[in-house]
Ligand binder design. Structure first.
Ligand SMILES: Cc1cc2nc3c(=O)[nH]c(=O)nc-3n(C[C@H](O)[C@H](O)[C@H](O)COP(=O)(O)OP(=O)(O)OC[C@H]3O[C@@H](n4cnc5c(N)ncnc54)[C@H](O)[C@@H]3O)c2cc1C
Length: 403
């Protein structure tokens, strides 16, 4: 294999795949690396896509479950609050299938794919390879180096690549663990059930996402404050009277870290940039990261393609976490509140207040709102470079991307 390329992307989660295929579709020579052997293993997301993502991006329909419009919010004492939207708000991705589909699109666009390969580190290429990086990789059979002009970190919440690029790193996480079941029975339409309970899920929620075909049952919270595995078992036992799990068959278990400190500030330099969880691009309030994966990666692909074709480092100024962070302020405050409230009685009171029309509207806004991640095109005015073609709001930023 030719070991030279324009861009090396570490990590073939949603962020890496989206960025790789968009770069390759613009003619950039990309190598995509993941330590996984196949992408339908070791998945660590529930895969709930929100309406905004479904509208703005062409996620293949056969990689999505049936639409969900109903949310039931439970207090610690299991008092329900029903929220219903007039729109299809959520769809649960069949993530293994979706990753494989996007990988096919990457390959079709010319991306070179290195599965079962771990990123070890990188260095500047030396005087004979000015401006290039040497990436050290290892697979079960060999270690190898590749020479690249630019490195993209899409290796998740605890990104080693971000550290090596001397860019910002996540420092606040929650952990999530869930089981995926088939054959669970729940009366009524497909539904998202969310459980606010600081003992079961300190700082976050426990959830059941049931779309009629698959059921995801999970808990999330601050790792220091609970034992996710035993809380998941307790949760499963506790919801037996809300959903019939007697004939349900477990098909998968998923778990992972979710960065909730907001998008990082310093996410690009002349050697590389961060996307997805590596960039902290997750809503601190809802912990949704799939929309930011699609949106920020599309923007990154545009910026990197322009940077490589012009060599103008000023173009990278448009790709700054500082420009997005202001949009996260209210969610970061809500996150601080969520992490501070540990008494079930207080949460019970909060849930009772949510029955009041104003607060119910607010809850509806959190679940059905359209602001999970800023529209990156608003940054464009801030890019002062004469080469700033990224200043033209192209359809790839927030409009449909071809799939
Ligand atoms: C339990 C759970 C449930 C969630 N549910 C939702 C949800 O329903 N909706 C939503 O919007 N968000 C959800 N999130 C958040 C969302 O899943 C993430 O924000 C998103 O998947 C991040 O994608 P990514 O591509 O940045 O990273 P990842 O999907 O983590 O991909 C990183 C990739 O990098 C690879 N990698 C890591 N290190 C190396 C290395 N050294 N060498 C080579 N490869 C490497 C990994 O194998 C992996 O494939 C959830 C998160 C968790 C943990």
């Amino acid at each position: 294999m030719n070991t030279n390329c324009d861009v090396t992307i570490i990590g073939a989660g949603l962020a890496g795949l989206q960025c790789a295929r968009l770069l390759a579709q613009q003619g950039v020579n990309v190598i995509l690396v993941d330590r996984k052997n196949t992408l339908d293993q070791k998945i660590h997301t529930t895969g709930i896509f929100v309406r905004r993502t479904l509208v703005d991006f062409d996620i293949p329909d056969d990689c999505l479950g049936p639409p969900i419009r109903h949310v039931t919010l439970y207090s610690p004492a299991l008092r329900p609050l029903e929220l219903v939207s007039n729109h299809d708000e959520f769809r649960v991705g069949r993530m293994g299938q979706l990753y494989q589909r996007y990988l096919q699109q990457c390959l079709h666009a010319g991306v070179r794919w290195l599965p079962n390969t771990s990123y070890l580190g990188h260095s500047n290429g030396g005087s004979d390879k000015k401006g290039r990086l040497t990436i050290e990789l290892s697979s079960s059979s060999q270690t190898q180096s590749i020479s690249t002009r630019y490195l993209i970190a899409a290796d998740g919440a605890r990104s080693r690549t971000a550290r090596d690029l001397q860019l910002d790193q996540n420092s606040e996480w929650i952990v999530g663990v869930e089981v995926v079941l088939k054959g669970a029975l729940l009366e009524g339409p497909p539904r998202l059930l969310c459980f606010l309970d600081p003992q079961l899920a300190p700082g976050y929620i426990a959830w059941i996402a049931h779309d009629g075909e698959e059921t995801h049952l999970g808990v999330g919270g601050y790792a220091a404050q609970f034992d996710p595995i035993s809380e998941l078992e307790r949760f499963r036992a506790r919801v037996g009277n809300l959903i019939d799990l007697t004939k349900a068959k477990q098909i998968e278990r998923r778990a992972g870290y979710i960065p909730v400190g907001g998008v990082l500030r310093n996410i690009a330099n002349a050697n590389g940039l961060l996307i997805g969880d590596a960039a902290g691009a997750v809503s601190p309030l809802t912990a949704g990261g799939l929309d930011p994966c699609m949106r920020l990666s599309a923007f990154a692909a545009k910026v990197v393609a322009e940077y490589l074709s012009t060599g103008d480092p000023e173009l990278l100024n448009a790709y700054s976490g500082n420009l997005f962070r202001s949009r996260f302020a209210s969610r970061l405050w809500a996150r601080r509140l969520a992490s501070a409230v540990r008494q079930p009685q207080l949460v019970e009171l909060g849930c009772a207040m949510m029955r009041l029309p104003l607060f119910k509207r607010l809850a509806g806004h959190v679940f059905f709102g359209r602001g999970s991640f800023p529209d990156v095109e608003t940054n464009n005015a801030l890019c002062g470079s004469p080469h700033c073609a990224v200043a033209v709001a192209g359809p790839q930023f927030s409009g449909k991307t071809k799939s």
